[in-house]
Design a protein around this ligand. Sequence first.
Ligand SMILES: *[C@@H]1O[C@H](CO)[C@@H](O)[C@H](O)[C@H]1NC(C)=O
Ligand SMILES: *[C@@H]1O[C@H](CO)[C@@H](O)[C@H](O)[C@H]1NC(C)=O
Length: 445
Amino acid sequence: MIDFSSTDMKTFTCVLLILIGSTGGQFLAPGNHGNNVISRTSGNLLRNLMGTQTYKDAIVTSRLDASMPVRRFYRGFREIYSRLLGETGQRSSGNFLQSYVSPSKAFPCQVDGFRSSTPPESVHQLRPGDIDIVAAVGDSLTTATAANSRALWELMAENRGVSWSIGGQGTWRTHLTLPNIIKEFNPQLFGYSLSDSYNVHREAQFNVAENIATTSDMPYNAKKLVSRMRLDSRVNMTHHWKILTYMIGGNDFCSDICHQTNATHWINDLQEKYLLESLRYLRDNMPRTLVNLVPTPLISLSFSMDKVQRPFSCSLTQPIECSCLFGPRYSKDRNHFRTIERKFAKIMERLSFLAELHTKEFTIVYQPFFKDASVFYGGVKEPDMDLMSIDCVHLSQKGHAVSANGLWNNMMEAVGSKSSGFRPLFAEFKCPSREKPYIFTNYNS
Ligand SMILES: *[C@@H]1O[C@H](CO)[C@@H](O)[C@H](O)[C@H]1NC(C)=O
Ligand SMILES: *[C@@H]1O[C@H](CO)[C@@H](O)[C@H](O)[C@H]1NC(C)=O
């Protein structure tokens, strides 16, 4: 634990960490960038400080991995930081956690009969227990940044073990995650993150998400994942069935969109290109994979908190972490950006139906549950701010659990009748049935 001697020191460290952790912060940016290419360096405090020069988009997982000096500094910094902090992901009490499900309650689904006796030949006949490997690409919502944080100086902790789509710490009773659900059907499942870790750590496993990643980072993210899998002796790429959850977009709208001279062009032409490039790459290099393509909840969640009394800390963090929506300079464009963000989700959905992205052994399913994410559960008057992390931008562990519940339900719902929005944890938990034993795809719904 960090032992600070004075409040001033605490405040100073806090602000410093936030600044370093949010290099997309536009209100730190030196004015307008007059071009319309993805301005990966806009508002990058570290770049400004260290004078590192421009770099190719394609070689970074995130802005913070952009150049050698920054990479060294950032990785070194994170190592020291996480040692000082300790494993926040192991905390077992706090409002930010889901409530524990006692052993007297059985797992909600029957699990017998939902692993095929021999592996299926088609991705459209996958039972939950047929999944051997889980993987994920994405941003800080997939790294589970700050999920178990109690204080602002803990914001850079990555609690990957509790991540909704790829965390495998504990069991569904303590941490509802997609892997912890699938483990009930197939205890041999692997690839999930084991505990707090950064991308480069072994504990991260096949979670190659990076903080501050945007859609333009996804082609690189996807390549990293495939090479990591190929190097892993446990993996038989052509034999094992895999689920890859792909969720991206938050930082595009929090940190990049307000730097574009023509946001419509940017979203329609450039972002779609990156999505398509990464999906084609996955189709060609990751056989036997079902991709969950998920829109980001970040913008929807942010708007849902507009009328909610938020903790003071959030008025500090939101304008920094999500300056295009909360920075005073861009507030007039907020609704415009929101409209474009909706369009982005539509682009994702449309791509998921492109015939070229579906083969017998590869498919993409658009899972919409995050689309209408809100701190208000459907039809409820009181917000549940415990879903949010201390910064009101990221999800708490409870928020990750609610998200995992939503993703799982979407996988058990036919395309065309999938639910969206948050529900209280376990209020509804769908199960495969004898008649409909397969994970739903565009071709078996
Ligand atoms: C991978 O699985 C295939 C099909 O089951 C098998 O023929 C092949 O030998 C396996 N490869 C390795 C390296 O184990
Ligand atoms: C922005 O881009 C769109 C699509 O590429 C184009 O139709 C529109 O004319 C552009 N708007 C401006 C102001 O340049």
